[in-house]
Design a protein around this ligand. Structure first.
Ligand SMILES: [Zn+2]
Length: 341
């Protein structure tokens, strides 16, 4: 829990080993909890598909040497969802998830060529997989058909399936060229049976549903890590934590800077005033180093005019803008999630 006011960290942690003989287990996945919720009530085919999403924190005991920045960590948050559906709805559901995944990559500025897609199927010679041959043939064929209809340029990975079914994996390369799994779409025909999940079909009989496990980002930590590498810190405008930095020359310019910042904020533009007692040159260098999309310097001359002198990221020269023209321009770029400044 949070530390109480006035308490120090060392007071709070007495560094004694826990004496109670209790065993704790780290939660490795979210699926069993969604299964549990499903099983609370009976379900009719009319209520399917059910789509449940959760930002769930999970843990993996990765070896210390394999930890890597934000990209491989021991505790992370998945944008996890389970779609529980009947056989005649499964193709449509799979397609919708693929569309959603492609939308995410496009929105964050990844080109589809930056993303490698794998159709992971079982290795028929290995007996670690659940379910019968018929089930594997069906799910692998449907997944391949859907991937082709969605024009995914995928490679087949024999032996890459999870024990409960085949999957589509979307992997992104890091700065060192290593591939990391981000989105995943898993076609599970085993866990629902194993956990005795049923629904009443149109004939009034109990039937076992399919379960799609999907994560769009995969893990937020990993996705953000790869995003930072992808942009080398120079984020698209809509992703930049600070979009405009306003640099004051002297003390008597600060109030004007704050007014300007407020006007930006009212237009949902993230603006910061840098009013520290430092040289303008220093502040400009700092803003350039932080790869802030736009900076503007406010001195005596700028205070007497409604024109803004804007310095774009990566440019040495400034460009003059009418204030409202500038606000409209960047609002449009933000709304379009444009990669341009
Ligand atoms: Zn799952």
């Amino acid at each position: 829990g949070p530390i109480e006011a006035g308490q120090s960290l060392s007071e709070n942690q007495n560094k004694e080993k826990i004496k109670e003989p209790e065993t704790y287990l780290l939660k490795p996945m979210n699926c069993p909890f969604h299964v549990r919720i499903y099983k609370n009530n009976p379900h009719s085919y009319r209520a399917l598909p059910m789509r449940w999403a959760e930002c769930g924190t999970v843990y993996r005991f990765e070896k210390k040497g394999e930890l890597s920045g934000l990209i491989r960590v021991r505790g992370f948050t998945q944008d996890d969802a389970h779609i529980i559906c009947q056989a005649d709805k499964v193709e449509e559901e799979l397609k919708q998830v693929i569309d959603f995944i492609l939308f995410i990559y496009k929105s964050f500025g990844f080109k589809i060529e930056d993303v490698n897609v794998y159709l992971s199927v079982r290795d028929p010679k290995n007996n670690k997989y659940a379910g019968n041959d018929k089930g594997w043939e069906f799910t692998e064929n449907v997944l391949e058909k859907v991937a082709k209809e969605k024009n995914l340029n995928f490679q087949k990975e024999v032996g890459g399936a999870v024990f409960y079914g085949p999957k589509l994996d979307f992997k992104i390369k890091d700065a060192l060229g290593r591939e990391w799994q981000c989105s995943t779409l898993q076609f599970d025909f085993n866990l629902p049976e194993r956990f005795a999940m049923t629904f009443t079909n149109a004939q009034g009989q109990d039937e076992s549903p399919y379960m799609l496990h999907r994560a769009l980002f995969g893990s937020f930590e990993r996705f953000i890590g790869l995003l930072i590498e992808h942009y080398a810190g120079a984020f698209s405008l809509w992703l930049s934590p600070v979009q405009v930095v306003i640099i004051s020359v002297g003390e008597n310019h600060i109030e004007h800077c704050r007014k300007l910042a407020n006007e930006f904020k009212q237009n949902e533009i993230r603006a910061e005033v840098w009013d520290e007692n430092e040289t303008v040159g220093n502040k400009i260098r700092k803003a350039a180093k932080q790869k802030i999309p736009y900076m503007l310097v406010i001195g005596d001359k700028e205070m007497q005019s409604d024109k803004l002198q804007i310095r774009k990221r990566g440019e040495k020269e400034t460009t003059g803008f009418d204030k409202n023209e500038f606000i409209d321009k960047i609002k449009k770029l933000i709304a379009e999630k444009s990669n341009n400044l």
